[in-house]
Design a protein around this ligand. Structure first.
Ligand code: GLA
Length: 422
């Protein structure tokens, strides 16, 4: 290989890069065998923004109704969301009628979903999108609608008959560890038996918390679920984003290796485009959700979203990091003096690096890092091109392994970089 400055890249360095590729590509634990979620799921989920608003009299534009989902589907198609990968339009809690039908099947609230879920699925499919739905492993959903306990096979078949493409399976109102585990497994097998491709989004490890003595067996969870929530619900606040990042980095040894094509840790929805995060904090969420190989499920109002938030959510370079086919979850490399450095190995021996400034006083801060400390010493051997992707895209240029990199980061903001072979 000939470098720009005319130096030959020594053979052993090439061999090292090759070895790294082989090691990084080694598959992790076996994934749920449904061929889905080979990269993290992308789409939209109603919960954080619209919650359980069932009052369509008073608030016809923001209640949980087929109209809301049809409007979102329309916009996902026409406003560029689908083109960059946001594909699954997902219903959360509060879509159901309070009782099952005479045959024991779940039914949508007839006033709010007059065309039924099947009608909505048809509409969503006609826009080239997929439809997600919500149910609960226990006796009731978190908001008190009918739970699936005792009805797993009927519910899986009902969702398949309606043309549903994703199930978010919540874990409220489950009385024992045994019921929780068996329920999540049972539903996974029941969905597979329908023969329809349905992404299975679990909250299994999160709901093990009340049964504290049990540690999630992530190898097993990955065999049944396409993604799984580990931690609290995201809120539209910086504190919530910080809590999720803290939990993830504190537990990274246990959770990152199990993530990979077919199964992902789910740190919950993107709240970009809402009310609670500053611009820099929105950048931080987007950058870190890319590093964490997280499902990108936005919860916002696509009818009212700023051009800036839209551009951030539709940033193709950042989405490419999130969707990198190698499927390795990134991790926190270091934390010092209120600066966190995270990194993620990418395909083609490239690396993504995110530097977060957590100091909430003062202005932008400079941080200097030695290139040799990145990517297990291999992000830039013997040199590389560094591109800054966030907060704005710009080429930083050619760096050598021995160089230092000096970066300026806004308070609560993040600089996201991509390091690639020269
Ligand atoms: C739980 C889940 C949330 C949401 C609500 C709905 O809190 O973790 O993501 O689905 O239930 O009631």
């Amino acid at each position: 290989m000939k470098l720009e400055n005319g130096i030959q890249q020594p053979g052993f360095l090439l061999a090292l890069r090759f070895l790294a590729l082989v090691l990084w590509s080694f598959p992790g634990a076996r994934a749920l065998d449904n061929g889905l979620a080979m990269t993290p799921t992308m789409g939209w989920l109603h919960w954080e923004r619209f919650m359980c608003n069932v009052d369509c009299q008073e608030e016809p534009d923001s209640c949980i109704s087929e109209k809301l989902f049809m409007q979102m589907a329309e916009l996902m198609d026409s406003d560029g969301w689908k083109d960059v990968g946001y594909e699954y339009l997902c219903i959360d809690d509060c879509w159901m009628a309070p009782k099952r039908d005479s045959k024991g099947r779940l039914q949508a609230d007839p006033k709010r979903f007059p065309g039924g879920i099947q009608g909505l699925a048809n509409y969503v499919h006609s826009k080239g999108l997929k439809l997600g739905i919500y149910a609960d492993v226990g006796n009731k959903t978190c908001a008190g609608f009918p739970g699936s306990f005792g009805y797993y096979d009927i519910d899986a078949q009902t969702f398949a008959d309606w043309g549903v493409d994703l199930l978010k399976f919540d874990g409220c109102h489950c009385d024992s560890m045994e019921h929780l585990e068996n329920g999540y497994k049972h539903m996974s097998l029941a969905l597979n038996r329908t023969g329809r491709s349905i992404v299975y989004s679990c909250e299994w490890p999160l709901y093990m918390w009340p049964f504290r003595k049990f540690m999630p067996n992530y190898t097993e969870i990955r065999q049944y679920c396409n993604h799984w929530r580990n931690f609290d619900d995201v809120y539209d606040s910086w504190q919530s984003i910080k809590n999720i990042l803290d939990w993830t980095s504190s537990n990274q040894k246990r959770i990152i290796d199990v993530a990979g094509p077919g199964g992902w840790n789910d740190p919950d929805m993107l709240v970009i485009g809402n009310f609670g995060l500053s611009w820099d904090q929105q950048v931080t969420q987007m950058a870190l959700w890319a590093i964490m190989a997280a499902p990108l499920l936005m919860s916002n109002d696509l009818r009212h979203i700023s051009p800036q938030a839209k551009a951030l959510l539709q940033d193709k370079d950042v989405i490419a990091i999130n969707q990198d086919p190698l499927g390795k979850q990134g991790y926190r490399l270091r934390k010092e003096d209120n600066i966190e450095v995270w990194e993620r190995p990418l395909s083609d021996l490239a690396w993504a690096v995110a530097m977060v400034n957590l100091q909430e006083i003062g202005g932008p801060r400079f941080y200097t890092i030695s290139i040799a400390s990145l990517g297990q010493g291999m992000a830039c051997i013997p040199d590389c091109i560094i591109t800054q992707l966030l907060p704005v895209k710009r080429k930083l240029g050619f760096y050598q392994w021995t160089s230092d990199l000096k970066i300026q980061i806004n308070p609560t903001g993040t600089v996201l970089l991509r390091l690639a072979a020269n």
